[in-house]
Design a protein around this ligand. Structure first.
Ligand code: 5GP
Ligand code: MG
Length: 179
């Protein structure tokens, strides 16, 4: 059980489940991108743990960029992205793989796609640890998904509730929400 601000959360995905899934995502990525020039674009803050754990199993000669975007306040999407910073290397003709903690409405990813496309990378794909298909209304579905989950608020393992709760090994969901 985990108390953050006014809310109580319970374990939804254990770190062991997360690590097993990350290992198979890395296997797929290693196969699909073999022999290609890849730039991993990790979306801060939420994807920092996912990125660190995934990259330990990626054996490609990969670059990693950390970008910052924000479209969220509290428990509801504001539906807008405030800023994108952090790409310093050229992306032209490279294969971009975006690493995201969770794809919800897909708005953040649409914005990133648009911003990265102008640099003419060879390809852009998304790897999301978590994906909420019921909430999704974007154009670019994540190609690599760790867990498809119900449209419920989750925290932990990088994900926050009003900036707290990122520093846990497991992923939690609001207590009382049914799966
Ligand atoms: P989207 O633009 O796809 O609606 O939202 C993406 C961002 O919203 C994610 O990167 C994440 O920061 C935040 N987000 C979406 N759903 C959740 C959730 O269930 N819990 C937390 N903590 N953040 C979420
Ligand atoms: Mg995020």
């Amino acid at each position: 059980m985990l108390q953050i601000h006014d809310k109580t959360f319970e374990v939804f995905l254990t770190n062991e489940e997360i690590q097993n899934e990350i290992r198979s995502l890395a296997d797929r990525i290693n196969k699909d991108y073999a022999g290609k020039e890849v730039v991993f674009v990790a979306v801060l803050n939420g994807a920092f743990m996912f990125t660190a754990d995934l990259m330990k199993h990626v054996v490609l000669p990969a670059e990693i960029a950390f970008v910052k975007v924000s479209s969220y306040q509290g428990m509801n999407s504001t539906g807008r992205v405030d800023e994108v910073i952090g790409i310093t290397q050229p992306l032209k003709n490279k294969h971009v793989l975006i690493l995201e903690d969770i794809v919800d409405t897909g708005i953040t990813m649409e914005k990133l796609f648009t911003l990265l496309s102008v640099e003419h990378p060879a390809s852009i794909q998304i790897a999301a640890l978590l994906y909420k298909p019921e909430a999704f209304r974007g154009k670019h579905e994540p190609k690599y998904v760790g867990f498809s989950i119900p449209n419920k608020f989750v925290v932990g393992y990088g994900l926050d509730y009003n900036e707290l709760g990122r520093n846990t090994a497991d992923i939690y969901q609001l207590k009382g929400s049914s799966h």
